[in-house]
Design a protein around this ligand. Structure first.
Ligand code: ZN
Length: 494
């Protein structure tokens, strides 16, 4: 049976990948594409932020089922804002010991629903072995100890006594090390400036070591975060950033006698979590929520919401979850949001329905699951109102397809129904970003989070298999494909 390696490359975009290959700067990706299948329009999860996407990748369901709404969201049970920092959690942000615990422990052990199983849990229940390298969502049946480096521990008062669950091979930088034969030699990729090994070079080091140890699991998921951080800062150098990722992929391929041998021994799949949008350079490209919503009492970011507070804002860069804390607040909130023309999607729940409006427009679209309409993913819907709000289009046979907002209905439904409490989800026009108290800002840089295709379309490459990933492809469908088509048909050796 061939091993399966699934690489998650943060913020890899089809257009940049194509340019990188055309310019001869991505020989490894070029090799994999030439030897395999390349899909340039795979759809990811909404919000287009790493944490909830990771959960969808390993559970095969949207957030309405795995219950992790986004990178930043409000937990009414603890009255706290949950913040997973980001994919590689930059160490400077770990000053918030709360966030460190959110990302290392709560995401996997508390927030991700126990009603769904991760690919690691399912494979290991069936006798296969599974591995996870540097992926923040990694729940599994084995327990692993975390080693918080002394400096980090002392600087942040961050302590984690509980063990963290994961598959047999679990690596989270130098915080959780897999039990393999040889220790990985110390190098700069493990230092504090490199986020304690939560970077591409260290992830590839661990992968190579796991393979050489003879204990390579049947399935391994590997997360490569560097491209995202660089793109946020200098999106104009996107091709160079991706070519650096290609160098790390080449280093993995080079660890075999030939690149062909690497894909003879492994099915190698590469996918991304989301794209990025370049934010305009002037302040007009910031959507200042504090100003727009000034007539409402906004909860103070680091505090617990009090009885007078009317809304909680959870900023996910180009999308926001805004929670109305009292029933009479929601209509006022929507009226204010509709006044901003650079908010292109404003969505909220009404019983089992999702309502959607667009900033600057008087019309409304409503949809719910089940009904006479079928979309290209074979999901049934009831739809009423203005189809153009979500750019819903119909093929001659009546099938709904999507353009500007890929898989818009299921993805919006997934984000809104991840929680039971009332919430309004907003998504910004390309080149715009939401600004609220303590939110990161990226004027002239890259950002993501929105429902728009620019943040939502990712490349998918598979080499080393005669099979084809079915189209139209979605990240959420990869788990089922890997399990049912690649791994389970081959019985385990007795
Ligand atoms: Zn990012």
């Amino acid at each position: 049976m061939k091993k399966v390696l699934l690489f998650l490359v943060d913020s890899m975009m089809p257009k940049i990948l194509d340019q990188c290959i055309t310019q001869g700067k991505a020989p490894a990706f070029q090799f994999l594409i030439e030897k395999g299948q390349y899909i340039n329009d795979c759809v990811t999860v909404f919000p287009t932020m790493t944490a909830s996407i990771d959960c969808s990748l390993i559970t095969g369901v949207y957030p309405d089922e795995h219950k992790v709404p986004g990178l930043v969201w409000y937990d009414p049970s603890t009255k706290k804002i949950i913040n997973y920092i980001n994919g590689a959690f930059p160490v400077y942000s770990l000053g918030l010991d709360h966030c460190g615990k959110n990302v290392l422990f709560d995401l996997n052990e508390r927030h991700m629903s126990k009603d769904v199983k991760t690919i690691h849990e399912e494979l290991e229940e069936r006798g296969y072995t599974s591995g996870s390298i540097n992926v923040i969502a990694h729940r599994g049946h084995k327990k692993h100890e975390t080693k918080i480096p002394f400096l980090l521990d002392a600087a942040t008062r961050f302590r984690l006594k509980e063990k963290v669950s994961g598959p047999t091979i679990l690596s989270m930088g130098t915080l959780i090390k897999p039990e393999i034969f040889r220790p990985i030699n110390w190098n700069w990729s493990q230092s504090i400036v490199s986020s304690y090994g939560l970077n591409d070079a260290y992830a590839i080091d661990v992968l190579i070591e796991v393979i050489k140890s003879g204990q390579q699991p049947d399935f391994t998921l590997i997360y490569l975060p560097d491209n995202d951080h660089k793109l946020h800062r200098s999106p104009s150098k996107a091709v160079d950033h991706l070519s650096q990722v290609d160098k790390e992929v080449a280093r993995f391929l080079d660890s075999y006698d030939s690149w062909d041998e690497a894909i003879e021994k492994n099915v190698c799949i590469f996918v991304s979590d989301h794209g990025q949008t370049i934010i305009g350079t002037s302040k007009e490209h910031n959507i200042y929520l504090d100003k727009l919503l000034a007539s409402l009492k906004i909860h103070k970011f680091a505090s617990t919401p009090g009885p007078d507070d009317e809304i909680v804002i959870c900023n996910n860069e180009r999308m926001c979850f805004i929670y109305p804390l009292h029933p009479e607040v929601q209509p006022k909130l929507i009226d204010l949001l509709v006044q901003e023309p650079n908010i292109e999607v404003i969505a909220w729940k009404e019983e089992e329905w999702v309502n959607v409006r667009r900033g600057g427009s008087p019309t409304k679209l409503s949809f719910k699951k089940e009904g006479p309409f079928v979309d290209i993913y074979q999901t049934n819907w009831s739809i009423e109102g203005d189809f153009s709000i979500l750019d819903l289009q119909q093929q001659p046979d009546g099938t709904i397809y999507y353009d500007d907002y890929p898989d818009a209905m299921a993805r919006l439904y997934g984000a809104l129904f991840a929680q039971e409490i009332p919430v309004v989800a907003v998504s910004a026009t390309p080149s715009y970003e939401f600004v609220s108290e303590c939110s990161p800002q990226h004027l002239g840089g890259g950002s993501h989070g929105s429902l728009h295709k620019i943040d939502s379309i990712v490349p998918l490459i598979m080499a080393g298999s005669d099979l084809q990933v079915p189209k139209p492809a979605r990240l959420v469908d990869l788990k089922a494909f890997i399990m049912e088509k690649l791994l389970l048909p081959d019985p385990l050796p007795v």
